[in-house]
Ligand binder design. Structure first.
Ligand SMILES: [Zn+2]
Length: 251
């Protein structure tokens, strides 16, 4: 099954002489697939991606969610936001869900990590090696047909702290690696389009379960945090500002 949504991207960059118009978001789903892997972080991008995939596959398709626990000492709530999104999906869809959790040690997070040579000979930060390698392990172990991730583009406005490579479609939206289809359907879409889909699909309740903020708060950490308690947003980090911008655009 090929599922197309039109996403209009009007973008002009003098430096790169790049002009993109009407790039389509494609999910790349194939009817023959019976086991699909999706990286779910607890953020709005991967939650929407998981929703669109579940909505467009048969109920016999196995959904394998990989969930990486990040910054567990300083942002222990992140794991629970991902759990909330996964629980929502399980309630909404009748597919068989498998959840594969993995820990990324804080020492391996940027900027703490040094660059390490990965098994393909490229120098990468520790966390990126762990994320990629864990997904490859799960794909192999459970014989997945495809792996999905919700990586997307930077907003039209310049926000400090952005990942510069996300100014462009920096990863191929679809390729085959180790005989597994790797799909990044949102690589040419921006957060405003993603937020808009929550309204159009009437799933704002799912949006409200997601969290974008990567801020940390004094006195709130793994020793004091209780799962389910209210956690503020910082409104300062790139991810807060990107979400604010997107919600404003999508209104
Ligand atoms: Zn924030």
């Amino acid at each position: 099954m090929v599922f197309l949504l039109t996403c209009s991207i009007y973008r002009f960059s003098i430096n790169r002489a790049l002009f993109l118009v009407n790039i389509k978001m494609e999910l790349y789903l194939k009817e023959s697939w019976s086991r699909i892997g999706i990286s779910v972080s607890g953020g709005a991008d991967s939650a929407l991606l998981a929703y669109l995939i579940c909505k467009n596959v048969s109920t016999t398709t196995e959904i394998h969610i990989t969930s990486q626990i990040r910054c567990w000492r300083t942002r222990p709530w992140q794991e629970h936001f991902a759990d909330g999104v996964i629980d929502w999906l399980k309630q909404k869809f009748n597919n068989k869900f498998y959840v594969h959790k993995n820990l990324v040690p804080p020492e391996m997070e940027e900027p703490n990590t040094t660059l390490i040579k990965d098994e393909y000979g490229k120098m990468k930060p520790g966390n990126r090696i762990i994320l990629r390698s864990y997904n490859e392990f799960i794909a192999n172990k459970y014989k997945l047909d495809a792996l999905y991730a919700g990586v997307n583009m930077n907003p039209d406005i310049d926000i400090p702290g952005k990942v510069a490579e996300r100014d462009e479609g920096h990863i191929a939206p679809h390729f085959v690696h180790n005989e597994v289809d790797i799909c990044h359907p949102f690589v040419y879409t921006k957060k405003d389009w993603i937020i808009q889909q929550y309204y159009e699909n009437n799933i704002v309740d799912l949006l409200n379960l997601t969290r974008s903020c990567e801020g940390e708060f004094e006195g709130l950490n793994y020793t004091t945090y209780t799962p389910g308690q209210h956690v503020p947003v910082c409104r300062e980090c790139f991810w807060c500002k990107e979400r604010e911008w997107a919600i404003e655009q999508a209104k």
